[in-house]
Ligand binder design. Structure first.
Ligand SMILES: Nc1nc2c(ncn2[C@@H]2O[C@H](COP(=O)(O)OP(=O)(O)O)[C@@H](O)[C@H]2O)c(=O)[nH]1
Ligand SMILES: [Mg+2]
Length: 318
């Protein structure tokens, strides 16, 4: 239960703007009618769930309510929860580690949490007994390389880097050779989110991809995009751009703590069908969790105990 409590706590802002607003709407209604569904639609559209999913959910709920003869607005919340779970069906992903070294490219624009996520992932894999190498593929910003090194040390991973401004593909080439020769289980490659040269970031990534295959033919085994939930609908455009150039195999959604825009997880999966492997719910090393659609939805729908207590107090004092 502690596990859910923490998750719920971190997802609180999303819970408030998304589930609680719908719940409050249901509680304030006496009948299940068109007006109720119209208002629900308006709330969902504002919740970063995405317009199409919002419309689909409400349409399906109208139908379900009719078919199942739901007359009490209070019964709708459970239906709503089922709808969200349904949208997230197939959205989970566990990395297979089907060969070794198992190579991840971690990509995404600056500031989304790539370096942090790599540190947290490396730490988890080390806890599982894996030998992990972290590679500084962003050779353009000294601070970025330093930060990655700090994370690698903290996580107990081997750190690999080259002098500043070395061609990232050359870094990959050498790193993968070393990882292969020395029997590493896992290689996590941090990539640049923006280039300071006029070169094109996406071409650079494609080149890294080609070069990786020269050392390990089926590498990279996973191309993971990191997305900052607090950027809301912007995250959709980021996925589109990267996915067109380098097919993505997984998503990590960070900063779900402290944002009301957690509905973006549903929107992202709905639009691109790329599975979500992990979510970031804080800045500490243990604040990265394997994504479970069920846990995510349960936490969002878990009644807020503080609120319930406040309400009971208010009720008893009147
Ligand atoms: N609250 C919160 N902050 C995060 C999370 N993930 C990353 N951050 C913070 O986001 C900022 C940028 O992260 P960084 O890993 O440097 O992003 P990068 O530019 O993509 O490598 C840092 O201050 C991180 O501590 C998260 O899940 N929750
Ligand atoms: Mg970084």
């Amino acid at each position: 239960m502690k596990f859910f409590k923490k998750l719920q706590n971190r997802l609180k802002k999303t819970q408030e703007t998304f589930v609680n607003r719908v719940d409050t709407l249901f509680k304030g209604k006496k009948t299940v009618d068109d007006e109720l569904f119209d208002e629900m639609e308006a709330i969902l559209i504002q919740s970063d769930l995405g317009v199409t999913p919002a419309l689909d959910i409400v349409e399906d709920m109208r139908k379900q309510a009719r078919e199942r003869k739901v007359r009490e607005p209070g019964q709708l919340l459970e239906l709503f929860k089922e709808e969200i779970l349904h949208l997230l069906e197939g959205s989970e992903k566990t990395y297979a580690f089907s060969s070794s070294p198992f190579v991840f490219f971690v990509i995404g624009v600056n500031g989304v949490g790539k370096t942090t996520t790599i540190g947290k992932l490396g730490w988890q894999y080390v806890q599982e007994g894996k030998r992990v190498m972290i590679v500084a593929g962003d050779t353009f910003r000294a601070a970025a390389v330093e930060q990655l090194q700090i994370w690698a040390e903290r996580a107990g991973c081997t750190f690999f880097s080259k002098p500043m401004n070395t061609d990232p593909s050359a870094v990959i080439y050498e790193a993968l050779q070393k990882a292969d020769k020395e029997g590493f289980d896992c290689v996590l490659v941090d990539t640049a989110g923006r280039l300071h040269t006029r070169g094109n970031l996406l071409d650079e990534l494609k080149k890294m991809n080609r070069v990786a295959k020269k050392v390990i033919p089926d590498a990279p085994h996973e191309v993971v995009i990191v997305l900052d939930a607090s950027t809301g609908q912007n995250a959709l455009a980021q996925v589109k751009t990267f996915h067109e150039h380098l097919p993505l195999t997984g998503m990590v959604i960070t900063k779900l703590d402290g944002t009301s825009k957690g509905g973006i997880a549903v929107s992202l999966y709905h639009d691109y069908n790329i599975p979500i492997s992990h979510i970031g719910i804080g800045e500490e090393v243990e604040d990265l969790r394997e994504f479970s659609a069920k846990d995510f939805v349960e936490a969002l729908f878990l009644p807020d105990e503080n609120k319930t207590a406040e309400k009971q107090q208010a009720d008893s004092s009147t």
